[in-house]
Design a binder for this molecule. Structure first.
Ligand code: FES
Length: 163
């Protein structure tokens, strides 16, 4: 291969890498446009279904809201902090359980890890209820596993951490 052909291949590769980087930046910027205050549903809906599923802080971030035994609302990301598997909430023992490596997170202890290899609690989501009974997600304790947004970007959108 001639030197000129080698340079052409290298420069083409550099363009491809630059293109991927641009796509990543555009994707991260797209995340910044996600609404800062997201309506999840209503108290009536939640009390009839017992749990509401929604996505927060990005459209790719599954989460749930439900009532704790004391009647308070609780909302958490349902992405495991170990390696990103989806966790399931089991109301009978107020635990989120991860099927991948058996981490358990306590809903009554702010998402704390009570078993398994997960390194951090489940991200906790703050919710508000207006006088019409509409429930809103307003902030999250940290970006869920794999989210392209940094905690600084999340704080820019959702304000100071409230948890
Ligand atoms: S991904 Fe959940 S415990 Fe490993």
């Amino acid at each position: 291969m001639k030197r000129r052909e080698t340079l052409l291949i290298l420069s083409t590769g550099a363009v491809a890498i630059a293109s991927d980087a641009t796509a990543f930046i555009q994707s991260a910027q797209a995340g910044l446009k996600y609404p800062g205050r997201l309506k999840i549903g209503t108290i009536t809906e939640m009390d009839s279904k017992k749990i509401l599923h929604f996505n927060f802080p990005t459209e790719e971030s599954p989460a749930v809201v439900f009532r704790l035994p004391n009647g308070q609302l609780a909302a958490f990301s349902t992405i495991c902090t170990h390696m990103g598997c989806p966790v399931q909430y089991e109301a009978s023992d107020q635990l989120f359980k991860c099927p991948c490596h058996q981490s358990h997170f306590s809903a009554t202890m702010s998402g704390a890890v009570v078993a398994g290899p997960a390194p951090r609690p489940l991200p906790k989501i703050s919710v508000d209820v207006d006088h019409d009974g509409n429930i809103y997600a307003t902030s999250i304790s940290e970006p869920p596993f794999g989210t392209k947004m940094s905690i600084h970007e999340v704080e820019e959108i959702y304000g100071e951490k409230k948890l």
